[in-house]
Design a binder for this molecule. Structure first.
Ligand code: SIN
Length: 367
């Protein structure tokens, strides 16, 4: 865990010990004890002690904003680096008032649990893949449509355009606020055998994120999609419980999928990006002088993550190629066209759920 924790609790306990108040379990208990103590004080001496106690209580409250940021990937990825940068910036700007605790590698919550945990207040910030919000909105599934975006520039254009910005608010009725998009990159296909023609995927089991669109994408080439958490992918591949998966270069590299997959096809068939999300209760409850500073820090951390995502994709692809552990296949235009033709009917299948307006806007971003 990356943390800027200072011994604030110990300091507070010491202060209270010096004033004869023991540290209770909750702030309510603490405040109650403080008030009782203040009430029982008499005279000037007691006035000074009361002021000290009030100061201690104020400091305790101000220092008590903790933002737990939970994610599932390694620290050496665009998301891992962005999260750590955010923690650093918040610490620089807000000191002990706000502490960001970053939990990478599914240490705190896996992808299937993090949004439930957020609704319960157990985590304040997360950046799940856009494919993992299907339970809360069907709109974000636009990002899963195969061969929709021609490259990351088109993805960025769509995300920053009016429709993309509208989508940040698509789950407010469920209590979640989208604070920004973070890039990872384009997805590649990996398998235990070469995937050159769509027919090569026939009958193979692929791990997918929890998205019905991704399920339909693999069904379109007669493959068998299995929705599984990210934390299980390596073991599923290693034990050959599944034959393949789709992911970005940085995830394939940092989680060592390339060591247990003999073949990777550079298909660039879809995008894997993130929505940085928080709960409306938490966000709206932040003090008015804190919220803009947290948002500014987040925007800067996202810009940093987005900047390095392209460089990481290139560097990690190169490292995988140089490892000699797997074969990377490039597709000819004709081979790629065959995958497009097989998978593109999925757009029509989900047009009703996603909305034609969103699909059209995404297509327009390729221009
Ligand atoms: C992530 O990048 O957050 C995980 C992607 C996946 O589940 O494949």
């Amino acid at each position: 865990m990356f943390s800027r924790r200072h011994s604030r609790n110990a300091t507070l306990a010491f202060r209270l010990h010096m004033t004869g108040v023991s540290l209770g379990n909750s702030r309510d208990q603490l405040n109650k004890k403080l008030q009782e103590r203040i009430k029982s004080m008499r005279g000037i001496k007691m006035g000074i002690a009361a002021a000290a106690l009030a100061f201690a209580a104020t400091s305790a409250q101000a220092a008590d904003i903790t933002i737990k940021f939970s994610h599932v990937v390694a620290e050496n990825t665009p998301k891992g680096k962005m999260a750590n940068k955010f923690a650093e910036l918040v610490h620089e700007r807000l000191g002990d008032r706000v502490e960001v605790e970053v939990y990478p590698n599914s240490q705190l919550f896996g992808d299937n649990k993090v949004l439930e945990a957020m609704a319960l207040g157990d985590v304040q910030l997360a950046a799940p893949s856009l494919s993992k919000f299907g339970k809360y909105t069907s709109k974000l599934q636009v990002f899963d449509l195969p061969f929709l975006f021609k490259d990351m520039k088109a993805v960025e254009k769509f995300q920053q355009g009016p429709k993309g910005q509208e989508l940040l608010h698509s789950m407010e009725d469920k209590g979640f606020i989208g604070l920004g998009y973070l890039h990872n990159g384009m997805k590649q296909l990996s398998a235990s055998q070469p995937l050159i023609e769509p027919a090569d995927a026939d009958g193979l089991k692929f791990r997918i994120m929890s998205s019905d669109v991704l399920a339909a994408q693999f069904e379109a080439v007669q493959a068998v999609p299995l929705k599984k958490p990210f934390s299980e992918v390596f073991t599923l591949l290693q034990t050959k419980a599944i034959d393949g998966q789709e992911n970005t270069w940085s995830n394939i590299y940092s989680k060592k999928f390339f060591e247990v997959q003999d073949h990777i096809t550079e298909s660039n068939h879809g995008v894997l990006d993130y929505l940085v999300v928080t709960s409306a209760d938490f966000w709206n409850g932040l003090p008015d002088d804190v919220r803009p500073v947290v948002k500014k820090s987040l925007d800067e951390a996202i810009a940093y993550g987005n900047k390095i995502s392209m460089e990481k994709a290139e560097a990690d692809k190169k490292a995988i190629a140089e490892s000699g552990r797997t074969t990377i296949h490039e597709l000819t235009d004709e081979q790629r066209a065959a995958w497009v033709e097989s998978m593109k009917p999925v757009w029509k299948q989900f047009e009703g759920d996603i909305g034609k307006d969103l699909i059209d806007a995404a297509v327009a971003s390729n221009g």
